[in-house]
Design a protein around this ligand. Structure first.
Ligand code: THG
Length: 262
């Protein structure tokens, strides 16, 4: 599982204030803590309240790459913000994200090729979030077809079915899990799959339990990657165990310890 740490997100007041105060220490601590807990890459999102997201994204990239060489996942719905992040990046990058809309695909697939970046494609378009499995697969297939036609390698494309909060969309969870499975057979070679895990528990009181239960089910449906809180130890232990059961690691009685030493 390719793990992208979710914590550097201006949705959180602490991060939003560190960004506006230009407090490098706090951001760099979040970066290093997530990496030491098992993050393979770091999501960077200036948050919805940022008054100047272009300069904020460039500052976040520069600040984080002073302390780590891990790939950076540039998270914004505004392609101009993503482009500023790409320009500032020396580390590998992941563009987060394009929708299935042609205007977005035109800009973001070209940027991904230009900067040799990986790309997340979300199963959403200007009409909104899909309400069933067929719509999710159709939107994902639109993104795959665009990448194939424009010679962007499908192996570098991560398809995201969009995880919704369970407290408002309980009836959709089964479809979201099936979409993870279905996305893998849209093309040969297969695209990769990804979710923003913590979305599921927003507004719920037992967040960590809901997160780790859903992650187990998503892993069983073939999930390749997740944006999650790697500092949640119970979550990480559950993930390691799920992968062990799926024969992705060698069994031994001290597998949790053995995995962390890898
Ligand atoms: N898909 C893609 N990108 C995404 C999402 C997605 N980026 C943003 C989001 N969804 C994933 N990131 C987060 C980050 C934080 C939280 C949820 C999703 C979150 N944080 C807690 C809070 O704000 O209450 C705090 C957690 C903590 O304290 O550790 O809920 O779906 N492609």
């Amino acid at each position: 599982m390719f793990i992208i740490g979710e914590c550097i997100n201006g949705m959180s007041l602490k991060i939003a204030s560190a960004i506006s105060q230009r407090d490098k220490k706090i951001i760099q601590k979040y970066a290093l803590d997530q990496v030491s807990c098992g993050a393979d890459a770091l999501d960077l999102n200036c948050g919805p309240a940022s008054p100047k997201p272009l300069v904020d994204m460039a500052w976040l990239v520069e600040t984080v790459q002073e302390v780590t060489e891990k790939p950076l996942c540039l998270d914004s719905s505004n392609p101009k913000v993503i482009e500023e992040g790409l320009k500032a990046s020396q580390n590998k990058t992941i563009i987060n994200s394009t929708t299935a809309d042609p205007e977005k695909l035109d800009i973001l697939v070209a940027l991904a090729k230009q900067y040799k970046s990986k790309l997340i494609g979300i199963a959403i378009n200007a009409k909104g979030i899909p309400q069933n499995i067929d719509q999710r697969v159709e939107l994902a297939a639109t993104i795959v077809a665009y990448c194939q036609q424009n010679k962007f390698p499908v192996e570098d494309l991560y398809l995201d079915p969009i995880v919704l909060p369970i407290n408002v969309a309980q009836a959709q969870m089964k479809d979201i899990l099936s979409a993870i499975f279905e996305f893998k057979s849209i093309s040969q070679p297969s695209p990769k799959t990804i979710i923003g895990l913590s979305n599921i528990s927003q507004g719920s009181s037992v967040r960590s339990l809901i997160n780790r239960t859903f992650l187990t089910m998503a892993v069983a449906n073939g999930l390749d990657s997740a944006i999650l809180n790697s500092k949640d130890k119970a979550l990480m232990d559950t993930l390691i165990t799920a992968e062990l059961i799926l024969n992705k690691n060698i069994f031994c009685d001290s597998y949790l310890e053995a995995y962390r030493k890898k």
